[in-house]
Design a binder for this molecule. Structure first.
Ligand code: G3P
Length: 219
């Protein structure tokens, strides 16, 4: 399973990249606003800075909601760097645009997906990635991981090449559960990724190894 970090914060991206396990980055307008990145030029420069930090795909979301405007904005974003994936909302105009981008060879990420039907439409349009938001489903008492499993079954039935990008990950158990049901990618905050390192027995075991080594080396 690929690991993407869901942030527009350059320090967090750098930290995740330094771990050597990062495969890409996803952003959205809320995450860009959190970093105070405003104005077209600064937004484009920020996406370029992210692309320069990482080796993998970088999702950049369009603000437009009409077909023509999504195409214009998406083509502009795609020109920033080969790593850019144009993130398009799951609306009728968005699906039409994904179909267009797919024919042009521009990578896409269909976002704000909350049902298997929406994921089926994204695959049929030729999306590179589909982003079901599992945390936001859990927030309303709907099983987000079960949706990933359902989409994985459907995509397997028809050999759709669209990759399932489990988004809105909130904690390390989400990551493990997504891996169990066959998500291709997960995107989450740095805190969820680094929490995977933690186990008290690792800490206790390492402390003992080091103490035992110290005992004999000081003799
Ligand atoms: O980037 C989309 C998604 O990961 C948002 O997550 O935590 O705002 O539901 P969240």
């Amino acid at each position: 399973m690929k690991f993407f970090i869901d942030t527009a914060n350059l320090n967090e991206i750098r930290e995740a990249q330094d771990l050597g396990i990062l495969d890409g980055v996803t952003t959205n307008p809320s995450l860009m606003a959190k970093e105070n990145i405003t104005g077209r030029e600064r937004i484009m420069q920020h996406y370029k800075a992210i692309c320069d930090l990482v080796d993998g795909d970088v999702s950049a979301e369009v603000i437009a909601t009409t077909y023509r405007e999504i195409i214009a904005e998406g083509e502009e974003l795609a020109e920033i760097d080969d790593k850019i994936v144009v993130k398009v909302p799951m609306i009728k105009e968005g699906i039409k645009a994904i179909n267009y981008f797919s024919e042009k060879g521009i990578k896409t990420n269909c976002t704000l997906v909350f049902s298997a039907g929406q994921a089926l439409l994204a695959a049929k349009a030729g999306a590179t990635y589909v982003s079901p938001f599992i945390g936001r489903l859990d927030d309303i008492s709907v099983d987000g991981v079960a949706l990933i499993e359902q989409i994985a079954l459907i995509y397997r039935n028809y050999n759709y090449p669209t990759e399932i990008l489990a988004a809105s990950i909130r904690h390390p158990m989400h990551i493990i559960q997504c891996a169990e049901v066959g998500a291709d990618v997960m995107t989450g905050p740095l805190s969820a990724i680094t929490a995977l390192f933690n186990h008290p027995l690792t800490d206790i075991g390492l402390a003992k190894f080091l103490a035992d080594h110290q005992k004999v080396s000081t003799k």
